[in-house]
Design a protein around this ligand. Structure first.
Ligand code: NAD
Length: 245
């Protein structure tokens, strides 16, 4: 579904991002993964290599304009074009407001929102030049229904929805589609820390009777990245087993 396409996936070292790397490769894209540190990128590249999957990896500071511009330029020079950007890197929060520092709140917005602006801004000139491109953002179910603590996280994901809708309008004349996927609770390190006593009642509220697997979310990214979604832009696609309330 992605033959001939060059795709950059942030937060590609584990969880949803790593699964998306694998699925995009299965579908014949050239994939470049970004991670936060050299060690985690090296580890991901090595484990992919063991499975016979060869991809490039970089670890720019996603909030540095210089570092992001430089790595995007380098990728464009190496591959000749950039077709797909998946803004997947993200951090969550679960502290009550009184226990959350201003710096912790800003930290979440920096990665979950500002980095998406920074990366999207960096790839858009290359996509405009080719009159073609796809930007996919990772939202969350909590952008719609909120959560009872960790206010920075749903706030950041609601901002992701706003950016998705606005950039979809702004970039449609250049044949650049912008969509988001809003996962429900998904089986990654991000939720592994949650205690069983918390998970079991949560699962009971999900009509499909289970939490999501990384592949469920990667499948949605694949569809939206492919030409199968050629007339879809500005959509926030919920992939949550209808876990919204
Ligand atoms: P994860 O914690 O397994 O992976 C997060 C990824 O983000 C990692 O690859 C990590 O390297 C990267 N990352 C973290 N901090 C970074 C930084 N400062 N700079 C660069 N990269 C950084 O999480 P996941 O569950 O796979 O989450 C992926 C995305 O899906 C996130 O945007 C998350 O908010 C979203 N999401 C997850 C769930 C869930 O239940 N797991 C639900 C809704 C949305």
């Amino acid at each position: 579904m992605l033959e001939g396409k060059v795709a950059i996936i942030t937060g590609g070292t584990r969880g949803i991002g790593l699964e998306t790397v694998k699925l995009f490769k299965e579908n014949k894209a050239e994939v470049i993964l970004f991670g936060s540190r050299k060690e985690t990128v090296d580890k991901a590249l090595a484990s992919l290599k063991e499975e016979g999957i060869i991809v490039d990896g970089y670890y720019p500071n996603l909030n540095s304009v210089e570092e992001v511009n430089s790595v995007i330029d380098c990728i464009n020079t190496k591959y000749g074009h950039i077709d797909i950007l998946v803004n997947n890197a993200g951090i969550s929060a679960n502290k009550k407001i009184e226990d959350t520092t201003y710096e912790e709140f800003v930290n979440i917005i920096d990665l979950n929102v500002n980095a998406i602006f920074n990366l999207s801004k960096a790839v858009v000139p290359y996509m405009k030049k080719n009159n073609s491109g796809v930007i996919l953002n990772t939202s969350s179910m909590v952008s719609i229904c909120g959560q009872p603590s960790g206010v920075g996280y749903p706030a950041s994901k609601s901002a992701v929805n706003g950016m998705t809708l606005s950039l979809a309008r702004e970039l449609a004349p250049f044949n650049i589609r912008v969509n988001a996927v809003a996962p429900g609770i998904t089986n990654t390190d991000m939720v592994a820390k949650l205690p069983k006593e918390m998970m079991e009642p949560l699962i009971k509220t999900i009509p499909l009777g289970r939490i999501g697997e990384p592949r469920d979310i990667a499948n949605a990214f694949l569809f939206l990245a492919s030409d199968m979604a050629s007339y879809i832009t500005g959509v926030v696609l919920s992939v949550d087993g209808l876990a919204r309330n």
